[in-house]
Design a protein around this ligand. Sequence first.
Ligand code: BTN
Length: 273
Amino acid sequence: MSRKSEKPFWDPDELKAQLQTAVLGKRLIVFNRITSTNDFLKRLARRGAEAGTLVLADQQTAGRGRLGRQWQSPPNVGLWLSFLVRPELPLELIGALPLTIAVVVAESLSAICGEIFSVKWPNDILWRQRKICGILCEAQIAPMENSPQQNYIVTGIGINVNQQTNDFSPEWRTRAVSLAMLAERPFDRQKVFVELVQRLDENLFENLREYIPLLLSRWRSFCPELGKRIRLHYLRENVTGVFEDIGAAGELILRMSDGQRRIFSAGEVSIAK
Ligand code: BTN
């Protein structure tokens, strides 16, 4: 929670006044500093918070990424936010949600800076092979017949907005990029936030079930690795094959050299040498 003596870095009321959303951000919580917006929102979700609740922080002290990694979230330069979805979707479609969110974020970033972004399965967003945004979806899903009101998906989005190369840790300097670096000008984080939230609201809260196949086909058009030979690192195993397609639940379908197909729901993709 932001300390009482500190003014919030953004005024939540001012931000809310700029949002014309139906669901997302109706409840908006802003922190100067927090451990992780995902961790905070998961606690709220378990206590019954409403779908669309949105948490934004200027800095995270324990930001988390996929596959147990850390996510660097320094103050003044990024957008670190999480939002709550309580999807009334069949289980087999819930896996597609992280990919659909990546499409919406990639399209928002293009609208903001005029550049084209790509996605790396399942939901990294890259500019010329450098990561600009990471997405972490964490879900508690019970079968529809067992108290679906307790279901939640907390989606955390981290966008590098105004960092310069030296703001990234040495291991990330050649692999990460910010909007400011690619456009060679700083961005107003408030404007980036409003554009993003507006688009997420339009795409994810109504008719999602009908939208998912459409969003998945848009995802395919953003993914340069599709149809190529890739290496998938999964559970200490490296598997090589042709990235044939994604399934209806966003799974990665790999065609092995012996012609067999293998289907993965997690892992890290790289281009095979
Ligand atoms: C990844 O690429 O590994 C996912 C990174 C997700 C980072 C965001 S920042 C806001 C939210 N809170 C977290 O602790 N993580 C996500």
